[in-house]
Design a protein around this ligand. Structure first.
Ligand SMILES: [Fe+2]
Length: 234
């Protein structure tokens, strides 16, 4: 259930895989001193179980967007634990949480309402289905213009920021990237690394994401729309 663990100073990040339907969605527990916040809440059961196994007290839930595999368990978690939750519809802002700062910002495109959550002191950003390791989510409510602008915003974060997306679609995404740019050595290297060290390949830093994600290389909303279409057919 806990698919990976990361350490950032006093903080630990647990990647919890929610096996709702076939999406294998990632929800995340960011923890410090026995307290935790949850980024996305697709399913309550694995979250309750992880909190118990790890002896954690949940204080807050942050939701990237309203799809069931990211938010369907939120109500049950709130009902049982009485925690605060922030929906994707709340305006972007910087706020203190778990002894650090979180900056939420709107990243519409996958849906008309999506948020990303950036933790500048930890150098990590949760992008939901906006950027998903090497590609982007499908357009299911937003516009190409919105999606393009959202990616431009994420691209302004520091290059060493680790991106945590909603799924592991890396193999498919790298295959698509190679179909766009067959000689891209960075894509080949990331795909190869996936075989030996999948966690580091999936959760890459923005610098690598820029080199391996063709959607971060488009220069206009029209170009974005064309590429998204091409991937839908892939
Ligand atoms: Fe989604």
């Amino acid at each position: 259930m806990v698919k990976a663990r990361f350490k950032f100073g006093e903080y630990e990040l647990l990647v919890v895989q929610v096996l709702l339907s076939s999406y294998g969605t990632f929800n995340y527990l960011l923890c410090r001193d026995g307290k935790a916040i949850l980024i996305d809440a697709g399913e309550a059961k694995p979250i309750f179980q992880t909190l118990e196994n790890e002896n954690l007290q949940l204080t807050d839930v942050l939701i990237t967007h309203g799809h069931g595999d990211h938010s369907g368990g939120c109500r049950a978690i709130q009902d049982r634990l009485g925690v605060q939750s922030t929906s994707a519809a709340v305006e972007g802002r910087a706020f203190p949480i778990l002894g650090t700062t979180c900056r939420s910002f709107a990243t519409p495109g996958h849906l008309a309402v999506c948020k990303s959550y950036y933790f500048p002191e930890l150098g990590i950003c949760f992008t939901g289905d906006t950027i998903i390791n090497g590609a982007v989510g499908r357009m299911m409510g937003g516009t190409p213009e919105q999606f393009f602008q959202s990616l431009e915003k994420i691209k302004t974060l520091p290059d060493e920021t680790i991106l945590f997306g909603g799924h592991d679609y890396l193999e498919d995404n790298m295959d698509f990237a190679l179909s766009v740019e067959p000689d891209n050595d960075a894509v080949k290297a990331r795909l190869e690394r996936y075989q030996s060290d999948p966690i580091s390949a999936v959760f890459a830093i923005l610098e690598e994401e820029k080199k391996t994600n063709p959607f971060l290389q488009v220069t206009s909303a029209d170009e974005f729309a064309e590429l998204r279409d091409r991937k839908d057919q892939f």
